[in-house]
Design a binder for this molecule. Sequence first.
Ligand code: ATP
Ligand code: MG
Length: 603
Amino acid sequence: MELKTNLNKNQKITRKKLIKKYIEFFKSKGHSEIQNSPLIPENDATVLFTTAGMHPLVPYLLGQPHPKGKRLVNFQKCFRTTDIEEVGDQIHHTFFEMLGNWSLGDYFKEQAIKFTFEFLTKELKIPSEKLAATCFKGDLKLNIPKDIESEKIWNSLGIPKQKIIFLDKEDNWWGPAGNTGPCGPDTEIFYWTDKENIPEKYDPNNKNWVEIGNNVLMQYYKNEKGEFNTAKQKNIDFGGGVERTIAILQGYNDNYLTEVWQPIIKQIEKISRKTYGENKEQTKSIRIIADHIKASCFIIADNITPSNSEQGYILRRIIRRAIRHSKLINIPNKSLSKIAEPVFEIYDDYTHLQKNKNKIIKELEKEEEKFLQTLEKGLKEFKKLSKNNKEISGKDAFLLYQSYGFPIEMTQELAKEKKLKVNLKEFESEQKKHQNISRTATKGKFSSGLADNSEQTTKLHTATHLLHAALREVLGTEVQQKGSNITPERLRFDFMFNRKLTEQEIKKIENIINEKINESLEVTKQEMSPEQAKKSGALGFFEHKYGEIVSVYTIINPKTKQVFSKEICTGPHVKNTLELKSFKILKEESSSAGIRRIKAIIG
Ligand code: ATP
Ligand code: MG
């Protein structure tokens, strides 16, 4: 992506300037720039969001040659659900940008650490006295030695030994992404952010040391027996935080004081009449609101809308959390879209964000309106439920969820503020009970304000498998899924194929699927290891990471036992294809070079 930048040389290092410097530095070292991928992984159903620059590169880290070569660089937008709880401190966001450089079987440890050090100290002029590093301590059980090489390299560059410490697996080991695959130690680099004198030693418990980047050194390969051997292809993966780095360069120990946050913070200050930094709890709320609104804008820009499942649920959860915190600092109703306004100015280089501005604002307003209808009543109900109780029962938490639209995590947060627990197990069983009821219930009977079209989504999941199988039957088995996206209204399916389909082919595909729907095929689920799944002929993205156990869904004729489709998938699916009623292709078009896109509906 090209950055629009019109900064002159003497200005402070802003986000845009940092990214530009980074990309140019690594280009000058023989790296090719690769794209900043969407926040929603295109071909990977195993994770909901892109959490690091490395994520879209997994197939290449595993050995597939990358079309742009062995040295790559980019900046990547990321979203980490796992960091939601951390948001409120100075350095963690849910949405952030990561600088990344990779070697796919090219340079290794020494060169990687040298590049990192040169970039930080020469290009960015960070004083090396303020830097410290961590390396892997080794692990006897895994038979992996201590990473003294990395220590030596850092030391030779001028980082004294007291500022290089060895930590164990928890901190300085990466991977493999699945059961087997590339893995190895990592070496992290820290910056001293306090005005006080720089200590002589690095101390992992001192919060003034902030991690700015991390080199993952993939030198091992874990095989099926659990053994770690030297990898045939050794890779480097560097990831560095844009927000943390610009804060450091601008002399702040708080990311929110930089230009990628200030316009949003100022807007919140204006609307709430509160001052950032004045009061601890209010400052935390301001940070949470700013973070969650920014992240929501980017998630909606990647075509997700609030719902009750998967990415849509995470989006709903952060919007509603932002609304709850905005009430804590007296922000008037219907302010979300105003808080979002500055996001479009800060990130004027993201064209997809700009293009979707109207939609984003509308979705935020819609979700706010929906939640405001029940928030006050829900909070009153919560107050009642929490009075004289040590615990919020699962039933009550479910009531808050179903009748007032409180995501369970919000109830947990409210409970925590009152030092109460929530019975999560009971909540989950209540939720399951409800799901079973709504699956069998006649449509509409149990629908509440919050009810998503999950029944419809389930059907479209199964329709996607039927479509995949029918495409392979009509066009050949070289048809390979590239991506899939389901909204309650329709399914979208991207696959590798290099020409337009004919009308006859489209008809044929529809006919096959409608035939299969009417044959009343059964959908069954088995759990097995990814290797077993592959052996059994199930389709899946084997070049990607899977957990130890995967679910395989089979669409089978119960009488003839003939299998029509078999795929690895997280589900959910219908039990019988009859539930789909009928299938229709709305559109067949090109998605990008060599990739076709089909949109279809059912019912
Ligand atoms: P931390 O321990 O501080 O949470 P991490 O070990 O999770 O960091 P990595 O996964 O190594 O971080 O990511 C690479 C870099 O991305 C980090 O060095 C940091 O600069 C940045 N980074 C990671 N998580 C966040 C976040 N939640 N917000 C902002 N920047 C982040
Ligand atoms: Mg982290």
